[in-house]
Design a protein around this ligand. Structure first.
Ligand code: NAG
Ligand code: NAG
Ligand code: NAG
Length: 294
């Protein structure tokens, strides 16, 4: 007991004098609140993948997704299927309707809409909305149909919600969109479409006819890179409890280890290296005591 105490003090002294930078904690966190953070996401500059860093940030234990239309809390991340689920505080649900400006992705964002998404545009002007503008003449191929007529059931079910029924507009003014119709820039500009609000649904919770239990929000897909391959060096880094990051002019890979140390490989290497340099006192302490008592 006494021996251990002595060696710990010695260790602390050596660490502090020779390697003060080793005592700092991991810069790139492996969680944000309760949400586990893995590649390609990161908790701050230099963490995760630089392409994702500007779009996803962790602040006050809340992971937030941002685009030019606003900031959206991240509900969860499905790392296996590579889907990010977000909520839009301005969107309408079965329990609450409210005005919204819509939702859009940045054109250069490394995200796209998941096919499970359904958007219902609510309370659109029947006189000025381009959704209802009929083509002068009878050539229907000249207009792009915005509403997915297959989604009519979604509309009538939504209007069975008390909050939505209060909108005082006919069910027919609800237009259902599937992401594919949002166009190349993924713009859902409600001002332009002359609608006051929208609902985003990414799941029906197995209860297709109960809008109260639907999953409201937006599901976004992401890819690691063009070929969607998880980088091997990052895989090794995460396996050793490191967080993947980048640094330097060329955003080269760094593995940020629990000790605060950065390596270009993984933290197994850092741990064994630190072992020699007394960073794991509960292991090295015994060695040192052995040495000092010898
Ligand atoms: C390690 O890398 C992270 C992310 O790039 C950086 O923020 C941090 O300052 C680096 N730490 C050290 C000790 O170099
Ligand atoms: C509608 O289309 C038919 C042929 O497809 C054409 O003969 C007719 O003139 C068109 N009517 C108008 C109002 O454009
Ligand atoms: C309808 O418009 C398209 C182009 O917008 C044209 O190619 C086609 O011939 C038109 N059809 C009729 C019946 O006028």
């Amino acid at each position: 007991m006494k021996l251990k105490h002595c060696s710990m003090t010695l260790l602390f002294f050596i660490s502090l004098t020779l390697f003060p930078y080793l005592i700092q904690s991991q810069t790139c966190q492996r969680t944000c609140g309760k949400q586990p953070i893995k590649y390609p996401f990161g908790t701050g500059p230099g963490c995760g993948d630089p392409r994702f860093q500007t779009h996803i940030t962790c602040s006050q234990d809340q992971l937030t997704f941002s685009t030019h239309t606003g900031c959206y809390p991240v509900t969860s991340i499905d790392y296996t299927n590579q889907v990010l689920y977000i909520t839009d505080p301005s969107m309408s649900t079965c329990s609450c309707t409210q005005p919204s400006k819509g939702f859009s992705l940045d054109w250069d964002a490394p995200f796209s809409f998941h096919d499970d998404n359904t958007f219902a545009l609510l309370d659109c002007s029947t006189t000025s909305s381009p959704i209802y503008k009929t083509n002068p003449g009878n050539n229907s191929t000249a207009t792009v149909p915005l509403c997915d007529t297959n989604g009519a059931a979604v509309c009538s079910l939504l209007f069975s919600c008390q909050a939505v029924s209060r909108l005082d507009t006919p069910v027919a003014t609800c237009c259902v969109y599937t992401p594919v119709d949002l166009g190349p820039s993924f713009e859902m500009d409600l001002q332009k479409l002359q609608c006051t609000s929208y609902s985003g649904i990414y799941g029906f919770g197995g209860k297709n006819d109960d809008p109260g239990s639907w999953q409201y929000g937006v599901a976004l897909k992401y890819k690691f890179n063009y070929n969607n391959e998880f980088p091997t060096n990052c895989e090794n880094c995460e396996r050793s409890n490191g967080a993947c990051g980048y640094s330097g002019t060329y955003n080269s890979f760094v593995c940020n280890c629990p000790s605060g140390l950065n390596t270009t490989t993984d933290c197994f290497f850092a741990a064994s290296w630190n072992h020699g340099l007394v960073l794991l006192p509960w292991q090295t302490g015994i060695d040192l005591c052995f040495v000092s008592s010898a």
